[in-house]
Design a protein around this ligand. Sequence first.
Ligand code: ADP
Ligand code: ASP
Ligand code: MG
Length: 435
Amino acid sequence: MPGIVCKFGGTSLADADQFRRVRAIIEANPDRRVIVVSAPGKRFAQDQKVTDLLLICYDLLDKHLEIDPVYNRIRERFRDIAVALAIELDIDALLDDTRTRILKNPARDFIASRGEYLTAKLMAAWLGADFIEPADAIFLLDDLRVHPKTYQHLSNLLSTKKLSVVPGFYGKNERGRITTFSRGGSDITGSIVARAIAADIYENWTDVSGFLMADPRIVPNARQIDELTYKELRELAYMGATVLHDEAVFPVREVGIPIEIRNTNDPHGPFTRIVATRQLNDRVVTGIAGRKDFALFQIEKDLMNKMIGFGRRVLQVFESYGVSIDHMPTGIDNMSVVVRAGNLEDKTAAIVEEIQRTLEPDSIEVFPDLAIIATVGIGMIHCVGFAGRLCSAVARHGINLRVIDLGASEDNMIIGIDNRHFDAAIRAIYHEFVG
Ligand code: ADP
Ligand code: ASP
Ligand code: MG
């Protein structure tokens, strides 16, 4: 018995009014039979997300400090919603019980997961729906991949016609403990649930009318994208288009369930549909996304190309320090390694020293504060002059390109620039190709 899975993000659940919107969306279509919820997000710019407040509670407990000043703010958020909607649930008892459990089990992931848990409890009580506990059904391996038995378990739990509410963001690991995905991970839960019920559609409800060609905080009024492939979505999301978690694509892609990104505040407005293949249109660029805070290691050595194992040994140094690599543009006598600054911690000097000692390069330089921007589009590889246009557009704004990589993926051109020029470079590329 398929149907539609609807995942609602934090802003879509930030207060009682947002809960009302969610209800109206669910009631508008009886096929919408499973709801996946995030924890309440920000109600206004200076507000804090419930998950962030919970993580502060974790830090306080870790330092053996009192959590109540912060926990009481979480309490107020949920109480306000429960009272405004007259939800028949003993919210104080639920919040007291949650507080007691947090004090008994002060593990980071358990605490972080309570925002989704409480939201789903409220939503289920309000809609008269079943509450589905992810710890009983979503089984995660140590690397957070989904254990295949998850789908059958979830499918059994969701086989009734009744409306069900599933908290996003967490499951249970192999040692039986609650484990969360990385931030924004309720999108992954939605995808897992959609696959489990062989859904017709996975609707992802958020605060923008679909996937836009660039981050609207950088390019106001960026064009909305009607249709994207899973591959384009994965690339844009991984490269920084945070509207959907980049790993959310996998469970549904394997079975071809379309994803729709829709706006809770404009439910009948435009939206983006994500599918396996799409018709090419005359637009070369599908979207532009990026992230700041990478570091670039540039290694030069004459005749490097002839030294068997040189590249492997460079990568081995990063591996031995537990640093994963994002990009690796190479030349004839030089190679560059781009890593996320957050993964490097304070290991830069040690990595440089080890490369110098073991590989004796002619030079090795590190450029911190690098931003990476990806311009994605099927067929750009066949578009004569594409790379030249992109580079000139950025150069016209006086921005120096540190990295240019047409990469292994045919439909993705990557540039690396100074963090300071991030927004300007995205706007320059957008205006060059979109207008
Ligand atoms: P939710 O709380 O619903 O999960 P998120 O905050 O995770 O929502 O994602 C929605 C936000 O993603 C938007 O408000 C927007 O600021 C940001 N965003 C970044 N890049 C894009 C993009 N290319 N298209 C749309 N939104 C984007
Ligand atoms: N509440 C979690 C977060 O803030 C998960 C999510 O919203 O998807 O990251
Ligand atoms: Mg999100």
